[in-house]
Design a protein around this ligand. Sequence first.
Ligand code: ADP
Ligand code: ZN
Length: 745
Amino acid sequence: MPATELSLFGLDAPEDAPLYAGAVRTVPVLLPLALEEPYTYAVPDGAEIAPGTFVVVPLGPMKRIGAVWREGAEPKPFDPKKLKSVVSVLDVPPLPPINLAFADWVANYTLAPKGMVLQMMMSARLVFEAEEPRWGFRLGGAAPARMTAARERVLAMLADGKVWAKKRLMDAAQVSAAVIDGLAEAGALIRAELPRSRPPAPKPDFAQAGLTEKQAAAAAQLCDSIEKGGFGATLLDGVTGSGKTEVYFEAVAEALRQSHAQVLILLPEIALTSQFLERFEKRFGCRPGEWHSSVSPKERARVWRGVAEGEVRVVAGARSALFLPFANLGLIVVDEEHDSSFKQDDRVIYQARDMAVVRASLGKIPIVVSSATPSVESAVNVRRGRYGLAVLPARFSGNALPLVEAVDLKAVPPERGTWLSPPVVEAVNATLGKREQALLFLNRRGYAPLTLCRACGNRFTCPQCTAYLVEHRQRGRLICHHCGFSLPFPKTCPACNREGMLTASGPGIERVLEEVKNRWPEARTCVLSSDLVPTTAALREILTQIAAGEADIIVGTQLVSKGHNFPQLTFVGVVDGDLSLATADPRAGERTFQLLHQVTGRAGRFGAPGTGLIQTHYPDHPVMRALVTGDRQGFYEAEIAMREEAGLPPFGRLAAIVVQAKERQAAEHYARELALAAPEARLIQVLGPVEAPLAVIRGWHRQRLLVKAAREADLQGFLRAWLDEAEQPRGSVKLHVDVDPYSFL
Ligand code: ADP
Ligand code: ZN
């Protein structure tokens, strides 16, 4: 059966596939569905089908594509009388053995159904549908009865013995389609399948950068680990602008020099980083394979296949690129390794940086994790001697890091109804005076986070979530940031029916932009917020324009904190430095430090020195102190000591269990029962249940339990035993397990 007739999501198959009576051989086949284990199928002619091979199998009334799994996997018990057989084998490169081992590992660690991990490995739909061959022409051998100059030109072109696309042939020989058709009819040309075009190969020595001494030393260290071979993790720790990218490019080059080795570079927000792709092209002569959610289905298929066949040598991608079927992966780089977008929070809940280390260890290859503000986890791994450390102590430009100061909002508050304090306003004035760029950063989309009625005090909340509706003035709507619910901005208060009394409370990015336009009407302003820019391409365009100096003041959310270098940017003002501090997240301090260090670090990378001002109510908070004094080391010391003291990651391990139900009572009841069913275990504690801070999302009532385990405890074993024993959720009740949680909402 041709694969084109199938989709990953199944297809109605009218007649049941026949039972294969004389089956002697069976194989485990894992389907890309929420299944824990493979099913068993008969192999019709008893032929050997290697693990990893993609096959079509019947499942109920459907036919589906799955992958033959490893022998030794424990298939679900089955009734031999109901044994069905594999329908066909697909002409698709098989998953390499390492992918099977990796899928098993990830499923075991995250407690996700193995089939869902396989689904991530198959997320290139078109690969599994037969490709339309593309046709062209080559020499046919027969001599045409009549020769013309045009015909001669065509035959001359084809003398190279290759297959030419018709259009290309017409252009090259300057002839019409009729000339080619005539030759084909005469047998002088024959139709032939065009070979698939090969992806360009990055050249390790295309344009090597002259490295500084420190850079060269760090690069040599990384190259050493590649030469040595085998698993090894290295933290590349260097201040913003120190040339970490240049340095790990040398490691990429070294891996490429090794025959056939492939390289994976994981980046957060890869969709935004066109600058990265350009830099890669300058260094290696062509772009890497790209893998993220805005890549077209066709391109995805090309990259997937190219990776599996070993022809795509370098992939730059988002976290999901980790699940590609690399034929011969030789190096992984995780850039901005501290970034929380490496954590996937739905379906298979996993931390891509951590899983990348696992993948490297399974593949016995080196991995480089890179950051100017390493995660506490990686910092601790260096201390424990589990990761090597390569340091770049200074910026390439020789510029000092920006001078950062805290602005005490209690001492110098903004004027009523505005959000920029006098020192920030002054700094922007000074920056504009020098014809340099200023960036104002606020990590909150929309115009105002809260709308209330001055007459009756009514606050607009989402009908399906525990959340205020955020005013988006450009769109004229109130929007819930958790479920997307929205309504047109009302004229009257629905509670008291008074008109003209609704008032915006607090700032969002649009409101800061409004203030900027009022204060500096002459300046060229530019806003960067995911909801205000329609497409990735548009966003890339704006980033390029900013880098080219086509804006004086940039107002942006965390979109601006990564990816691009803005050479003319010398001042960064943080509108609300406290925003991410006041959460129940044990990583709140670390995250705030990382985010504000990165965003202020955008100033003064080149040319003129930079300054940063952070507006805060807590200028004496340890995070603010660390940012101001630049005492990074001190901050990490204190943060690590605190984590150790509290038994928090990476000194202890956490798993969050979220129970959701349509009725609050059902969620509460199930969560309580679940807690009671927890087995006794030394070194493991179950906390809760408590109502989640986001108590309701999309109408789902949420309860949370937190499992806290010592590092040496078998957390997964405990969770499995517990959840297997406990009563299964019924009715609308749903259960989510999040091992190593990053969200505590
Ligand atoms: P990081 O990744 O540490 O923030 P980058 O690699 O982006 O730093 O380097 C910052 C800037 O300095 C980039 O524009 C980069 O091209 C430039 N740069 C760094 N090292 C070199 C070098 N050895 N030669 C030329 N330019 C360099
Ligand atoms: Zn909502």
